[in-house]
Design a protein around this ligand. Structure first.
Ligand code: DGL
Length: 271
């Protein structure tokens, strides 16, 4: 009998848990290792060189487990470091960019797509390129929303939170003029404040980058996974680089009510 499918997933922090939740639903029998670099978040305001260095260390840690594929559940790393990671690590590595572009192109009816992400992600132009290479006529409007990650990490996630609504209004009201009908949440933290985003952009379809990437990983690996469907439930292990204070409570929000605990790892040992 073949062994259980083993997957790795990482993010700069807890945003990638939105992707973990999807992976657990798609691969209930898989063993999954999650790493959140909570000691060094945010990545989205750092230089590409630093993001690449951090993400190589994250991969060194994740691949210290016997994983068969890795989901980079971070828009910032996916838009900056993916070519380097694919050169250095010889296993399938899935980012969030191409899958989100494809999901958005499927969703749009008027060919106008918005993209939001961290400063680095938007400056890289990665989502825009991924959309334009697939459909050059599609109009793309990109805006960076750097405060959203801090708001989510600090727990301002209530749809009525005045500070979150004010930030959403500030960043996204210009998007209303563009007539977009679809918006890529190009950072895996953003689905947590999707209700506030929808208040500013009512009727706009939201594409979660973590979900799009998990779906694409499933499409690619489900054939390989097929004969393992009858196995017992898999294990999920979570690691973070800072003390996991309050991790269970915060993770529960990201995981839509599912409880999960984390262990601390010293990521400096994985240089
Ligand atoms: N979750 C990360 C992303 O998708 C963003 C957080 C950060 O800035 O580190 O881009």
């Amino acid at each position: 009998m073949s062994k259980r499918l083993s997957l790795g997933i990482f993010d700069s922090g807890l945003g990638g848990l939105t992707g973990l939740k999807e992976l657990m639903a798609l691969f209930p029998e898989a063993d999954i290792v999650y790493f959140g670099d909570t000691a060094r978040i945010p990545y989205g305001t750092r230089s590409p060189e630093t993001i690449i260095r951090y993400s190589v260390e994250d991969m060194n840690f994740i691949t210290s487990f016997d994983v068969e594929a890795v989901l980079v559940a971070c828009g910032t790393v996916s838009s900056t470091a993916l070519p380097t990671l694919r050169e250095m690590f010889h296993l399938p590595i899935f980012g969030v960019i191409d899958s989100s572009a494809e999901a958005a192109l499927k969703a749009t009816e008027n060919g106008k797509i918005g993209v939001i992400g961290t400063d680095v992600t938007i400056a890289s132009g990665a989502y825009e390129r991924a959309i334009k290479t697939r459909s050059s006529d599609t109009e793309v409007y990109s805006v960076s929303c750097p405060l959203f990650v801090s708001l989510v990490e600090c727990g301002f996630i209530d749809p009525e939170s005045r500070v979150t609504l004010a930030a959403a209004e500030e960043y996204l009201s210009p998007m209303r003029e563009t007539g977009i009908d679809t918006l890529i949440l190009g950072c895996t933290h953003y689905p947590i404040i999707a209700p506030a985003i929808s208040k500013v952009l009512p009727g706009v379809k939201l594409v979660s980058s973590g979900k799009a990437a998990a779906d694409s990983l499933f499409e690619t690996l489900s054939g390989k996974y097929g004969d393992r469907h009858d196995m017992d439930g898999g294990t999920v292990r979570c690691y973070v680089s800072d003390k996991p204070y309050n991790f269970d409570a915060v993770a529960k929000v990201f995981m839509g009510g599912v409880s999960i605990t984390a262990e601390q790892v010293d990521i400096r040992e994985y240089q």
